[in-house]
Ligand binder design. Structure first.
Ligand code: FES
Length: 147
C-alpha cells in the first residue's frame, strides 16, 4: 500500500509499488486529464506536479511517492481561474489538444517559480512536445500568464 495526496485528498493505493503514477491516476483514481503519449518520458503529455515540480508521471513508480503531494490538471482547472488556463484560452493555444494538459501543468510550474520568464527560460523549462507545433502560442500564453 502506498499513501500520498492527490489534488488535496489523501489516497491509499493498493497497487504494485512499481505501477507508474500515470496509471494509478487514470485507472485507479479516474483522473483521465493526464494523458498517455509516448510512455518513455519524452513527450510530457503525462506531466503532473509532484511536490510542486513538473514530473513525467509515466516514469514515476508510485512506491516512491509515499507522503508526496500530487496535483493534476483536474485540480488546476477546477474553477477556471488559474492564470495559465486563462492565458491559454485568451491565446487560443490548443490545436489538436492532446498535449495540452501536460503542457499547461509544465507552464503552471514555471510561472509559479518564475512569473516573467524569458523566451530562453521558457524553452529550457518547457520540454514537452506539441505534435501540432503550437510553440509560439504556448510562449505567448506563458508570457501573458505571468503579467
Ligand atoms: Fe509520459 Fe510521454 S507519456 S512523457
Amino acid at each position: 500500500m502506498t499513501r500520498f495526496t492527490v489534488n488535496g485528498q489523501p489516497i491509499e493505493y493498493r497497487l504494485d509499488p512499481e505501477t507508474p503514477l500515470l496509471w494509478a491516476l487514470r485507472d485507479a483514481s479516474n483522473l483521465t486529464g493526464t494523458k498517455y503519449g509516448c510512455g518513455t518520458g519524452q513527450c510530457g503529455a503525462c506531466t503532473v506536479h509532484v511536490d510542486g515540480r513538473p514530473t513525467r508521471s509515466c516514469q514515476l513508480p508510485i512506491g516512491r511517492l509515499e507522503g508526496s503531494f500530487v496535483t493534476t490538471i483536474e485540480a488546476l482547472s477546477r474553477d477556471r481561474s488559474h492564470p495559465v488556463q486563462q492565458a491559454w484560452v485568451a491565446e487560443s493555444v490548443p490545436q489538436c489538444g492532446f498535449c495540452q494538459s501536460g503542457m499547461i501543468m509544465a507552464a503552471a510550474a514555471l510561472i509559479d517559480r518564475n512569473p516573467a520568464p524569458t523566451d530562453e527560460e521558457i524553452d529550457a523549462a518547457i520540454t514537452n512536445l506539441c505534435p501540432c507545433g503550437s510553440y509560439p502560442r504556448i510562449r505567448e500564453a506563458i508570457r501573458r500568464a505571468g503579467r
